[in-house]
Design a protein around this ligand. Structure first.
Ligand SMILES: Cc1cc2nc3c(=O)[nH]c(=O)nc-3n(C[C@H](O)[C@H](O)[C@H](O)COP(=O)(O)OP(=O)(O)OC[C@H]3O[C@@H](n4cnc5c(N)ncnc54)[C@H](O)[C@@H]3O)c2cc1C
Length: 376
């Protein structure tokens, strides 16, 4: 039987951030992941500057062996309507990465002990701690296993039709030289195309010779139809190669402040998608995964080995200070359907709205304070 100060289930951005944060406090973290890394994750692979800052990511080092696509502007429109481009910034406003590389880099950088290729199959109470898979003894388990995290289930989550989640699908592939030269999506200008009912959006994000195309919706009903219509539109407009890979990969996740996930319990904490923390306006989940991981590490270090529920409550306070109060139900969009369509058509076609509201406020969080970061 192996022991550790903290067991982290899941080695994505949330899990590796907890691990790195704990190491800085001299705690011995073990990461358990059912996948062997490098592994891929269904994702567009867009990160904000806040993520770079929170991770204290050395872009020079990262870019040596990994694809790092600077983004300088966005193309915004409604599907089937016209597109406006935001003003080009001289310096990057975001980056495109590939999750198979990014997550692997962060996990290795965390310096944690790793048990990869092993699922969590058994979680047993043993005194005030846990015995995991019959072979790991630990006083605290952090659930960083994404939307379907088994630790979230232990804390009462029931992922499925009863839990309103965003559903999204994407493809990512390397274009051939012919496809690459014919692709009309610019690598420094990702395109975001909103659904007419504003319940989701599609994207086309080019990262070097890789192209990522996808669509996510708050209302997952009929998702495949929306994705197919979007794909056809992009092909018809000559934006992307006609022969896109046929099979889109899908995944679900929850938006903050809605969702009914309980973030902590006796000897248990949830981070990232397991806690349901993605930004509601943009669907960005990597930033909240990283920052919640760092906040969890701070909470754990401050608890000094006493991981009773009440000691871990400080974690929710940290989350709420950063992301606002949790509301168990997400507010429904109050505009009547006709007005929504009008807003979509009229406002999204204006450069100032696309830049100031969609990009700066919804996507880049220009009004938010600096992120929680891993600097001591
Ligand atoms: C189509 C799509 C596009 C998206 N695009 C973006 C984007 O461009 N930018 C952005 O910021 N966010 C995006 N998101 C959201 C983002 O992908 C997630 O919010 C983010 O990956 C959450 O990170 P995490 O570490 O919490 O979980 P994950 O990255 O899902 O990692 C969870 C890990 O846990 C492991 N695991 C799961 N179950 C077990 C188990 N039982 N035992 C052991 N290990 C387990 C998994 O193997 C995995 O490695 C997108 C999501 C989707 C679906």
């Amino acid at each position: 039987v192996e022991s550790c100060d903290v067991l982290i289930v899941g080695g994505g951005p949330a899990g590796s951030s907890v691990a790195r944060g704990l190491r800085r406090h001299g705690l011995d973290a073990l990461v358990l992941d059912r996948a062997r890394f490098p592994r891929d994750k269904v994702c567009a692979g867009w990160i904000t500057l806040a993520v770079v800052e929170a991770l204290q990511l050395d872009l020079g080092d990262y870019g040596k062996r990994n694809l790092l696509q600077p983004i300088h502007a966005f193309g915004i429109g409604t599907i089937g309507g016209r597109q406006v481009r935001t003003r080009r910034s001289a310096t990057p406003v975001s980056f495109g990465i590939r999750r198979c590389e990014f997550d692997h880099y962060l996990l290795r950088r965390s310096g944690a002990r790793l048990r990869l290729g092993e699922s969590l199959v058994e979680l047993k109470r043993e005194g005030s701690g846990w015995l995991v898979n019959g072979s790991i003894r630990t006083p605290l388990v952090v659930g960083a296993g994404g939307h379907f995290c088994p630790i979230a289930r232990e804390l009462g989550a029931r992922p499925g039709p009863g839990e309103p989640a965003v559903l999204a699908q994407e493809i990512e592939f390397e274009m051939s030289p012919a496809q690459s030269s014919g692709c009309r999506v610019e690598s420094t200008v990702p395109e975001l195309w909103f659904c007419r009912d504003l319940k989701g959006y599609g994207w086309a994000l080019r990262k070097g010779d890789f192209l990522n195309v996808g669509l996510g919706r708050q209302d997952g009903r009929g998702l495949a139809g929306h994705v197919e219509a979007f794909r056809r539109r992009l092909v018809a407009d000559g934006k992307v190669p006609a022969e896109l890979p046929p099979k889109f990969r899908g995944h679900a996740y929850l938006l903050y402040p809605g969702g009914s996930r309980v973030e902590y319990g006796d000897g248990l904490l949830l981070v990232g998608d397991a806690a349901g923390l993605a930004y509601a306006a943009s669907g960005e989940g990597i930033g909240p995964a990283v920052e919640s991981g760092l906040m969890a590490a701070e909470t754990i270090a401050a608890a000094r080995g006493d991981y009773r529920r009440e000691k871990l409550a400080a974690y929710r306070n940290r989350l709420e200070r950063r992301f606002g109060p949790r509301r168990r139900r997400a507010p429904a969009l109050a505009l009547p359907a006709g007005l929504q369509r009008y807003v979509a058509r009229k406002l999204l076609a204006r450069e100032w709205f696309a830049r100031r509201v969609v990009v700066e406020r919804w996507f880049l969080h220009a009004r938010q304070p600096a992120p929680v970061s891993s600097t001591p």
